[in-house]
Write a protein that binds this ligand. Structure first.
Ligand code: 13P
Ligand code: SF4
Length: 325
């Protein structure tokens, strides 16, 4: 897409002054991508100027992982957070994977370590471990199979067992437990963005906007999910919206996503409960440009660790998304 088309697509989301600063950066990044045979993977929570302006592959964490495995590019720049870059590196070990800001972390990933998982396995011997991809390579290395919010139910059920250790998102785990008979042993990790939503807030939306459709990400607390009309991964929510095209919607999730979606869904009015992910926000066009220019910051995983962590991600990729993704 040329810069004029990007400007038209983003419409009211950017002032003329902002565009004047950002347009040359977009052009510079697109040229650097060509020169270095690089691609940019952009998560659904990334700011619209990055998502639509320079993202080559856009989607949820599962799609980004799958595409990282398929690409022929020499360099992958992750316009997402660190665990997403690590997952890309696990699946494309021969490629250079860059994250424009090393501090782009995730409260779920930092809630648990490999040593914690080893202790849990000692406490519950023989119980398989399913871990959300929002985790470090260290934790993935102690995991039987990873999952994302798009395939969590299918992954848990694929093991054919009665009990599973499900890490580290307590709320995602509680939601999965409502969809399956498998018993889940949970950890108390939370997403710092989604844990802030409350049932009262959703009730206020219903009262203020009669007939509003409410969709939520399963990282939200259980009472919030009970109040929602649909629960799904970021991609699950997008698919649901394009199929339903409700007149008014509130997406109970990170708020850049509503901005990314609304440019292609003009018939729907988006009411935004605005909570940004501070980690996603660390990624800017300037940092992406510098990342490409100076090959920074390369994500490296020691091979012994990578071998174990990779197996748990590869097992996940074989399992289909399911109806929530
Ligand atoms: P998805 O797996 O739905 O893309 O979500 C990733 C994430 O970080 C949600 O907070
Ligand atoms: Fe992590 Fe939450 Fe940010 Fe997703 S939105 S990257 S789960 S802190």
């Amino acid at each position: 897409m040329g810069t004029a088309q990007i400007k038209a697509l983003l419409g009211d989301q950017l002032s003329d002054l902002e565009w004047k600063v950002q347009a040359p950066l977009i052009e510079e990044i697109n040229q650097l991508k060509k020169d270095k045979n690089a691609i940019i993977l952009a998560h659904n929570y990334q700011s619209p100027i990055i998502f639509h302006g320079v993202g080559d592959i856009q989607g949820d964490s599962l799609l980004l992982a799958q595409e990282a495995q398929k690409t022929r590019a020499d360099i992958i720049v992750m316009a997402g957070v660190h665990f997403m870059a690590e997952t890309a590196k696990l699946l494309s070990p021969e490629k250079k994977v860059l994250i424009p800001d090393l501090k782009a972390g995730c409260s779920l990933a930092s809630s648990i370590t490999g040593a914690d998982v080893r202790l849990l396995k000692e406490r519950f011997p023989g119980v398989p471990v399913v871990t959300y991809v929002n985790s470090s390579a260290d934790v993935k290395a102690e995991t039987d199979v990873c999952c994302t919010s798009a395939n969590a139910v299918s992954v848990v059920e694929s093991l054919g067992v009665k009990k599973v250790i499900f890490l580290p998102d307590e709320f995602l785990g509680k939601w999965v437990a409502t969809q399956t008979d498998v018993e889940l042993i949970l950890w108390k990790g939370h997403c710092e963005v989604h844990e802030q939503f409350t049932r009262e807030e959703l009730k206020t939306f219903r009262a203020k906007y009669p007939g509003i459709h409410i969709i939520a990400h399963p990282e939200c607390p259980p009472d919030v999910l009970e109040e929602a009309d649909f629960v799904g991964s970021t991609s699950g929510m997008i698919k649901h919206l394009f199929a339903l095209k409700p007149p008014k919607v509130v997406m109970v999730t990170e708020c850049s996503m509503a901005d990314n979606v609304r440019v292609n869904l003009p018939e729907t009015e988006f009411i935004k409960p605005c909570t940004l992910c501070p980690h996603m926000q660390r990624i800017t066009l300037e940092k992406i440009r510098d990342s490409l220019k100076f090959d920074q910051y390369e994500v490296l995983i020691p091979e012994e660790l990578a071998k174990k962590a990779r197996a748990s991600v590869e097992r996940m990729i074989q399992i289909p998304r399911g109806k929530f993704g």
